[in-house]
Design a binder for this molecule. Structure first.
Ligand code: ZN
Length: 233
């Protein structure tokens, strides 16, 4: 029995991951890899024998929403549920909010969706077993999802786990793309600390493998980021 039996990592494109979470009423899909990954994702969902109920995002970048229009078209009963902050990005509105850090936002990494959200969530709200944790930094709309049943954290692009765990605001030359695409590097450290303080039992990221018992690795990644970026929190 795997340590986190409710979670399936989707790996159609190496080092770009989406996740299936098994709930009592069916599947929740978190993120959508790239546009051409739709057939793989549909097959992975079919293999579970469970209906797709919900589609969630960590953030509205291309490599996280790429195939979601195709998935939602194939599963019209599934609800797209996103953070309040992601909703304008999914419509192509990239204006920053007055309360956000004024760091200029490069919108080229974002991708619009044809499908509109069924509803939006505020920080801390839950959908099924998953609690939404606002973690801005990689992008203004970035969130993580904590499985309240077992403490598994689906953390998106606040950390990456390629060549060891690192905070995404710190350059990792084994996979520099997520850091290049990061809106505000110091804010990713604040969000990494917020996630560490949830004391997750497992860590699943957008780029890299799943870590069991990740607290030591998170502490080391945060300490390194504090040296590189300066302490923010
Ligand atoms: Zn990413």
């Amino acid at each position: 029995m795997p340590a986190h039996p409710n979670l399936i990592q989707l790996t159609a494109t190496p080092f770009i991951h989406a996740y299936l979470v098994m709930e009592a009423d069916g599947l929740t899909l978190i993120d959508g890899q790239l546009p051409h990954n739709a057939p793989y994702t549909l097959k992975a969902m079919a293999r579970t024998g469970l209906p797709l109920r919900r589609v969630l995002l960590t953030h509205a970048h291309l490599d996280h929403v790429g195939c979601l229009d195709a998935i939602l078209t194939a599963h019209p009963q599934a609800e797209l549920i996103v953070s309040e902050r992601a909703a304008p990005f999914l419509r192509g509105d990239y204006a920053l909010f007055p309360n956000e850090h004024p760091q200029t936002l490069d919108s080229t990494g974002f991708r619009k969706l044809q499908h509109a959200p069924a509803y939006t969530l505020k920080d801390g709200e839950r959908v099924g077993s998953l609690q939404m944790i606002a973690t801005p930094g990689h992008s203004p709309d970035h969130v993580a999802w904590l499985d309240t049943r077992d403490g598994m954290l689906i953390a998106g692009d606040t950390f990456q786990a390629i060549g060891g765990l690192s905070v995404i605001g710190v350059m990792n030359w084994l996979n520099p793309f997520p850091t290049w695409a990061t809106w505000n590097r110091p804010l990713t450290l604040d969000s990494a600390i917020r996630l560490r303080n949830l004391q997750p039992t497992g860590l699943a990221v957008g780029h890299g493998g799943i870590l069991a018992n990740p607290l030591g690795a998170m502490d080391r990644a945060i300490a390194h980021a504090q040296r590189v970026l300066g302490h923010q929190a």
